[in-house]
Write a protein that binds this ligand. Structure first.
Ligand SMILES: [Zn+2]
Length: 309
């Protein structure tokens, strides 16, 4: 039943806009409340992070921002201002703002802005391991010399356990290491979420007093993986995209078929086709075939996975 004191906004502006005793008292009370909240409730490494070797302010993490917003008796309202999902250039970008809105009055107490796009290093590149010539999974590692060297499709990473000689061109000629991500569009949802996360932190730091304690984590490399939790790539994208893609009428029939036949949403069908709008679908028959093939392929994978367990 313990309840954290709410850091409520003062009702109404300070009269005349000048300094008043009441206004100053109120501000001081608020800051004391906030300081207590920060010191007693927020947790290091969970709500905020301290970068080793720096004496700067701790960086506010996503859970910390959420807790501060709650302490102010507010909620967040994110808005996508601009989104680009370009399959030709393989580029995804979201510009968003997040309002922190008072639960009591509905007033906007702070607004933060941010953007995120697929050219950021962490999304633009991925670390590719060689694909296994047997099972096709990216699970091939170099075998240890003491165990005979060669290559091994590592079971611990989900591979099939096959072994290959050192000089097998099917492996050695593959491009590995830091490679361009071949499908940044699959990350669209993650990228949008990160943009919103950044804007939320930015907004939380605009709340009175918060910037005294925290700063923004501009280099949020370390935190992005935990953010991506809800976006496991094999989960179907169920959330609607920010704005409906304009699409040609004749594509509607294909989408309807994909929905009825394969229970695919429009976004899912587009994702399988590698497009973001119907205008990009040139050949309707080929599009149906592609969808049918990819669904069959995915089903086969699921079956194999279950059969092998
Ligand atoms: Zn394998």
């Amino acid at each position: 039943m313990t309840q954290t004191a709410t850091l409520a906004r003062r009702d109404g502006p300070i009269e005349g806009g000048g300094l008043t005793k009441a206004g100053l008292d109120h501000t001081r009370d608020q800051l004391v409340l906030l300081e207590n909240f920060v010191k007693q409730v927020l947790k290091k490494d969970q709500d905020y992070g301290v970068i080793p070797g720096t004496n700067g302010k701790p960086t506010l993490l996503k859970p910390g921002a959420a807790n501060i917003v709650a302490a102010f008796n507010c909620h967040v309202e994110p808005t996508v201002d601009e989104s680009t999902v370009d399959p030709v250039g393989s580029f995804v970008s979201y510009e968003v703002h997040v309002d922190i809105v008072s639960n009591q009055t509905g007033a906007i107490m702070a607004r933060g802005f941010a953007q995120a796009n697929s050219y950021e290093d962490k999304w633009r590149y991925r670390n590719a391991s060689p694909k296994c010539p047997e099972c096709g999974k990216e699970t091939v590692i170099k075998g240890k010399t003491e165990y005979g060297g060669g290559f091994l499709c590592w079971k611990k990473k989900g591979g099939c356990g096959a072994k290959f000689p050192d000089d097998l061109p099917a492996i050695t000629e593959q491009v590995t290491g830091k490679v361009e991500n071949d499908n940044p569009l699959a990350l669209a949802n993650t990228i949008k979420k990160i943009a919103i996360k950044r804007a939320t932190t930015d907004a939380a730091l605009q709340l009175p007093g918060v910037a005294r304690f925290f700063t923004q984590d501009f280099d949020d490399q370390s935190g992005h993986e935990e953010e991506a939790d809800g976006d496991s790539q094999d989960a179907p994208p169920s959330r609607p995209q920010a704005r409906p893609a304009a699409h040609a009428d004749n594509v509607g029939a294909v989408l309807m078929w994909a929905l009825q036949e394969h229970h695919l949403s429009k976004d899912q069908a587009f994702a399988l086709l590698g497009v973001t709008s119907g205008n990009q679908v040139r050949d309707l028959a080929a599009a149906r075939q592609t969808i049918a093939d990819k669904v069959a392929e995915a089903n086969a994978k699921v079956q194999n996975g279950k059969g092998g367990a």
